[in-house]
Design a protein around this ligand. Structure first.
Ligand SMILES: *Cc1c(COP(=O)(O)O)cnc(C)c1O
Length: 528
């Protein structure tokens, strides 16, 4: 066996060496370069890498096997001193001790998204092939900015972009890039739309005159990153106009068309319509085909924010719910929301790859223009980021181990469960439910009866907090027409209707107790 030229001490760690050094012996952290170099990941420290990572994985496996509720209920006041009390200039020098400490400040009180009674935000349980991908991608540490730092990784990312674009149906000229999340994807899509709109006004003055007149239309249930993006893009403070939704919280296309016409009459330029395929609160899907029709007729860029609804792209039974998405100019997908991928894993896709030139800048040290002529694929030419993680690997291993159908089955299952939860809540006189989602959220609230009727807002707020403090379950909250509501986001196929029923019972108990105590207190006040 030929060994690479590594220091003797490190070589002693390789499997088959006569006297393996203890892989995690306590280190004197002042003993200089040799000790420090034992922490570098390379061929000479492979055995140490294996031991340290195995130890960490072993801890995680034991930790996750012991989780009996989604949260401990710890407060910032309890946890902050524990974190603040750690002297970062005095290392423990030893993995086991560092993991013990980590347990104290993080793992013991972590929120567990895999727990069946975690029903709050759009953060999913993750699949094991993706966790393997996470370990591999950080060990190799490819950076997806240039070909010469990524090689196969660039090709893998491009295949996944093509795969996603094909599932959407964007056509042969489609392209895109992985991003850090839906917010960044929306920002990039709107940047491209802005630049396309500005092409009609070449020259500095024309552009300066046009920018404040640009408008973006989205529904009242659209994501707040649209507003944030508009701001970052230097648009006017009132550049985002919201279109009302129907009873199912879907954008009303007829109003959209009228609003585009009104903008034009007033000399405003609609640079993009943002349709949402899976609104964050209601899981509603805007009528994509009709909206695409309006955009086609008026020549407006259509961006579809499918950060949440993209899971349907893999669904063996529900892909039709996204019909019309194939007509978009750009699409946001968040694999870390409905493809069971760890954060971060997201992408922005475009129908016409040429529009990505709006984010192409050349730097002599990195991606000089001549590389384009040499057809060297540098992903930085398409991205807002420079150094960028190989997040695509997680999805790649997921698809290669599980395949898309099994992923889609998992998502289908949570959609079915949400339908069951909706029925359960709508038949329960203690609760009021808002809309029936084609995806996996349920927005509802506890309805007090009798003298406490006016306390609905406070009772629901209280129930959510009390539930979190107990750690028995986590649910989300939102407002609907100014009233406080609760929200289940079901992303875990392990969640059963029994779990849902149990959590509803807990909510009713907390809220009921609040209403009872407040009404008797008020009564006591009045009597006294
Ligand atoms: C979550 C979400 C986003 C933002 O995505 P991040 O990955 O959290 O940045 C955008 N749009 C919709 C509809 C979302 O649900």
């Amino acid at each position: 066996m030929s060994l690479p030229a590594y220091p003797v001490e490190a070589v002693a760690n390789l499997p088959g060496s006569p006297t393996p050094a203890p892989a995690d012996a306590p280190l004197d952290f002042r003993s200089g370069a040799t000790a420090a170099r034992r922490h570098l990941f390379n061929g000479g420290t492979a055995a140490r890498y294996r031991t340290v990572l195995t130890r960490g994985v072993d801890r995680m496996a034991r930790r996750v096997a012991g989780v009996d509720r989604p949260f401990t209920g710890v407060t910032p006041g309890e946890l902050a001193p524990r974190v603040a009390g750690i002297d970062l200039d005095r290392p423990l020098g030893d993995t086991a001790a560092a993991l013990d400490e980590l347990d104290e400040v993080y793992l013991r009180d972590a929120v567990w998204f895999h727990h069946p009674r975690y029903l709050a935000h759009l953060n999913c349980p993750v699949v094991i092939p993706a966790l393997l991908g996470e370990a591999v991608l950080s060990a190799v540490n490819s950076s997806l900015d240039t070909w010469d730092q990524s090689i196969g990784a660039t090709l893998i990312e491009r295949r996944l972009i093509d795969w996603t674009a094909e599932r959407i149906g964007l056509g042969p000229a489609a392209d895109g890039v992985f991003t850090s999340g839906g917010s960044q994807s929306n920002l990039q899509a709107l940047l491209l739309a802005r630049e396309e709109a500005c092409q009609a006004a070449p020259g500095r003055e024309a552009r300066a005159e046009l920018l404040p007149r640009l408008r973006v239309l989205t529904s009242t249930a659209g994501h707040f990153s649209v507003q944030k993006s508009a701001n970052l893009l230097g648009l006017a403070p009132d550049a985002v106009l919201t279109i009302p939704t129907d009873a199912q919280r879907r954008m009303i296309p007829a109003v959209l068309r009228r609003e585009i016409e009104r903008c034009r009459r007033e000399g405003l330029v609609v640079m993009a319509v943002v349709a949402t395929a899976g609104t964050t609160d209601f899981g509603s899907i805007d009528p994509l085909d009709e909206i695409a029709g309006v955009c086609a007729a008026t020549g407006v860029w259509l961006h579809v924010d499918a950060a949440y609804g993209c899971g349907l792209l893999a669904s063996p039974t529900r892909r039709h719910l996204l019909d019309g998405i194939e007509r978009a100019d750009s699409v946001t997908v968040d694999y870390h929301k409905s493809f069971f991928q760890p954060v971060s894993s997201s992408a922005v896709l475009v129908r016409d790859r040429r529009v990505l030139r709006h984010v192409t800048y050349h730097a002599d040290y990195l991606n000089p223009a001549r590389m384009v002529e040499q057809r060297i694929p540098n992903q930085v030419d398409k991205s807002l980021q420079t150094t960028r993680r190989f997040d695509a690997l997680k999805l790649w291993l997921t698809l290669r181990v599980m395949g898309p159908d099994l992923l889609g089955d998992l998502f289908d299952e949570v959609v079915d469960r949400a339908a069951g939860a909706w029925e359960l809540i709508s038949e329960d006189p203690r609760f009021e439910v808002v809309t029936r989602s084609p995806l996996s959220t349920v927005v509802f609230r506890y309805l007090p009866t009798g003298p406490g009727r006016g306390l609905a807002d406070e009772a629901n707020l209280y129930a959510r907090e009390a539930l979190a403090a107990s750690g028995a379950a986590l649910v989300a909250g939102t407002t609907v027409d100014g009233r406080h509501f609760l929200k289940f986001t079901l992303l875990n196929p392990e969640t059963t209707l029994d779990d849902v029923g149990h959590v509803l019972q807990l909510i009713a108990e907390h809220a009921g107790r609040y209403v009872h105590e407040r009404s008797t207190a008020d009564l006591a006040c009045r009597v006294g």
